[in-house]
Design a binder for this molecule. Structure first.
Ligand code: BGC
Length: 248
C-alpha cells in the first residue's frame, strides 16, 4: 500500500503543502508556503496551488493528493466561503483542482483534515467518545470525531454567540483586530468553549491553529469541565490530514 502522499492546505492567508509519510504522519519534505492571493478568488487560488505543487519537486504521477479548503465541502463542491471569495459558493471545486493539477485529488474541509490528523497521529489518538477540535486562525474551524470517526462539515466557528458569529469574536484574527491581551481573549474563548461544552458535552476539546504553540498563555485561563489540550500537529495538521485521507 502507498504510504506517501501530498497534502495541500488552503487557508485564508497562506497555502501550504508537503509530501507526507502517511504511516507516521511525518513530513518527508520541507513545508512550502505561498501567500493566499488577495480576495481569494477561484482562478487565483487554483494558479497558486499549481505553483505550490510545482515547488514540491518530483511528485510521482500516481502519488495520492489531498487538498483541504476552508469551506463546507459536499460532493466535491464548496458550499460556503467565510474567508475566501464568495465566488467559491456552489463551485465544483474538486473537479477544478483536478483539472488544474492534471490528477485526481481528495478534497476535504481544512479543520476536518486537521481533526483526522490529530486522531491518527496526534493529541486524539485512541480518544473515546466525542472529541471536538477547534482551529483558531483567520476563522474558527471545527472537526467532530466520535471514537475517532469524523462527522464532517461541523462549522462550529459559526455558532452564534451574543448576536455574533463566534469566529468574529474569538478567532486569532479577532484577537489581533481588537488588539486583545491574552486575558481579554481568554474571556471570549471561555464564553465560546463553555457554549460548545453546554451544547455537545464533548469528552475532549483540542485547540489547533498556529496560535496553539502559545497555548500556555491562554489554556490555563479557561475553566471548563472538559479536558482541553493543544493539538499536536500545529500548522502541519491540515497538510497531514489531507494527505492521510487521500490514501485512506
Ligand atoms: C470556515 C470553515 C473553516 C474555518 C477554518 C471558517 O470560516 O467556515 O469551513 O474550516 O474557517 O479555516
Amino acid at each position: 500500500m502507498t504510504t506517501t502522499a501530498v497534502g495541500i492546505d488552503i487557508g485564508g492567508t497562506g497555502i501550504k503543502g508537503a509530501i507526507v509519510d502517511v504511516a507516521t504522519g511525518e513530513l518527508l519534505t520541507d513545508r512550502k508556503k505561498l501567500a493566499t492571493p488577495d480576495g481569494g478568488k477561484p482562478d487565483d487560488i487554483l494558479d497558486t496551488v499549481l505553483a505550490l505543487f510545482d515547488e514540491l519537486g518530483d511528485v510521482s504521477a500516481d502519488a495520492p493528493v489531498g487538498v483541504c479548503f476552508p469551506a463546507i465541502i459536499l460532493n466535491g463542491r464548496t458550499m460556503s466561503a467565510a474567508n475566501v471569495s464568495k465566488k467559491w459558493i456552489g463551485l465544483e471545486a474538486e473537479k477544478l483542482f483536478e483539472q488544474k493539477l492534471g490528477r485526481d485529488i481528495h478534497f476535504v474541509n481544512d479543520a476536518d483534515a486537521a481533526g483526522v490528523a490529530e486522531a491518527r497521529y496526534g493529541a486524539a489518538v485512541g480518544a473515546k467518545g466525542l472529541t471536538i477540535l477547534t482551529t483558531l486562525g483567520t476563522g474558527i474551524g471545527s472537526a467532530m470525531l466520535f471514537n475517532g470517526v469524523l462527522i464532517p462539515n461541523s462549522e462550529l466557528g459559526h455558532l452564534e454567540l451574543d448576536g455574533h458569529d463566534a469566529e468574529h469574536l474569538a478567532s486569532t484574527s479577532a484577537k489581533e483586530k481588537d488588539d486583545l491581551s491574552w486575558t481579554e481573549w481568554a474571556k471570549r474563548l471561555q464564553r465560546y468553549y463553555e457554549h460548545l461544552e453546554f451544547v455537545f458535552s464533548p469528552d475532549l476539546l483540542l485547540v489547533g491553529g498556529g496560535i496553539s504553540k502559545s497555548s500556555d498563555e491562554f489554556l490555563p485561563l479557561l475553566k471548563l469541565r472538559t479536558p482541553i489540550k493543544p493539538a499536536m500537529l500545529r500548522n502541519n495538521a491540515g497538510i497531514v490530514g489531507a494527505a492521510a485521507l487521500a490514501v485512506a
